[in-house]
Write a protein that binds this ligand. Structure first.
Ligand SMILES: *Cc1c(COP(=O)(O)O)cnc(C)c1O
Length: 398
């Protein structure tokens, strides 16, 4: 490449760039053109409107709800990491992106969803059933044959893998293949895995969505979402939905998310290594009844995850001995781990999922979901081990 000529601004599919690893592209994608005096980072443009007169030209910026240059570097960087040939479409939250993709299900249509998935996604599906006559079929995505049997007549198959909070792993290529033969679109919520660990579009899915709030932004300081696809037609529909419904992202939030994305590879690498080590240690802890993490060779999702993913993610499911009261006692006893919902931040956090009355009743009431961060693994272990030892020493009344 001739570096004396300016490169096109934010060109994610430049041949030079796609030959680089994803860890590198998380750093290089969505940069301004490398011309003398240009900023290294894209500027934040704070303007709700643009100077314009006469008949608008195609692609001309007019009004920020329909598009602003501050979204574009982030949209291109995430699309690049996901292997999407269309730019991503950023939204004000993960749920806004999910709502846009679920709009592909027509009134009276059929939607297949995992029985364990992000609670608000399942709530949205229930709302589609109640208000739009959508037939919602819940499946165990780890059971491929039974899931495929539910695809007849489906308009959209929604997949999370690994699932929230049970960490079940779906055979995404097999499900995509069967869904496409049944004439359904496939959307994958890739929030838990991140594009460094799993690329649903490469596995055949039509659309991928993210709660950018979690790993992509990575610092628990913004709420944001994104959808990405390689279909120009679907991208256009999602973008039109965003403009019509108006759940648009603020420029500062998108700038923070792009800043977070620059360290995604480091954060995910460290968090995954911590999670796998903690899973291994927890497995033999006397106060632990069960550990779920696909890194464990004994985990039901291990084989498929080892085949289709470039890692196992950094979310753990842990069931302490002694039921929900013991799980609550662990959350009370930790001092380093943060008792909080959400996940994917640099700080480690945990919560008992069934404290929410909306959580699926097939999630055990003693299940703790741990979002493993980037702290020193021995500090994380000492805090958790201490909390677990206390419930052995002082059994809880349940
Ligand atoms: C948090 C989350 C969402 C929702 O995203 P928001 O940014 O909170 O709207 C969707 N899916 C998964 C897997 C999540 O963890």
């Amino acid at each position: 490449m001739d570096h004396s000529s300016p490169e096109p601004a934010h060109a994610p599919h430049d041949r030079h760039e796609t030959s680089l690893s994803r860890a590198t592209r998380a750093v290089t994608s969505g940069r301004p053109a490398r011309t003398g005096g240009a900023p290294v980072n894209p500027p934040v443009v704070l303007s709700s409107t643009y100077v314009s007169a006469g008949v608008p030209q195609p692609g001309e910026k007019l009004y920020t709800r329909a598009g602003t240059e501050t979204w574009e570097p982030f949209e291109q960087a995430v699309a690049d990491l996901e292997g999407a040939s269309e730019p991503g479409i950023v939204f004000a939250s993960g749920m806004a992106a999910i709502a846009a993709v679920l709009s592909f299900v027509p009134d009276g249509g059929t939607l297949v969803v995992p029985r364990h998935a992000y609670q608000v996604t399942l709530g949205f599906a229930d709302d589609l059933a109640a208000r739009h006559g959508v037939r919602v079929v819940r499946v165990d995505v780890a059971e491929t044959a039974a899931t495929v049997a539910a695809f007849e007549g489906a308009d959209l198959v929604w997949i999370e893998s690994p699932t929230n909070p049970m960490l079940e792993v779906a055979d995404v290529p097999a499900l995509v293949d069967a869904a496409h033969r049944a004439g359904a679109l496939v959307a994958v919520d890739n929030t838990f895995a991140t594009p460094l660990v799993q690329r649903p579009l490469e596995l055949g899915a039509d659309v991928v969505v993210h709660s950018v709030t979690k790993y992509l932004a990575g610092h628990s300081d913004v709420v944001l979402g994104l959808a990405a696809t390689s279909s120009p037609h679907l991208a256009e529909q999602i973008r039109a939905y965003r403009t019509l419904h108006g759940a648009v992202a603020g420029p500062w939030e998108v700038w923070l998310a792009l800043r977070g994305l620059r360290t995604l590879a480091l954060r995910v690498e460290r968090a995954q290594a911590n999670a796998a080590e903690l899973a291994r240690r927890l497995q033999t802890h006397p106060a632990v009844a069960e550990v779920r993490h696909p890194s464990l060779p004994t985990d039901p999702g291990h084989a498929v995850a080892a085949r289709d993913m470039d890692g196992f993610g950094a979310i753990l499911g842990v069931r302490p001995r002694g039921g929900a009261a013991a799980a609550d006692a662990v959350v009370d006893a930790v001092r380093l781990w943060v008792p909080a919902t959400s996940l994917g931040g640099v700080e480690s956090s945990l919560e008992r999922r069934r404290r929410f009355s909306t959580e699926s009743l097939t999630v055990p009431d003693d299940l703790l979901r741990l979002s493993v961060g980037i702290e020193d693994v021995d500090d994380l272990w000492a805090d958790l081990d201490g909390a677990l030892n206390r419930i052995v020493a002082e059994p809880q009344q349940s």
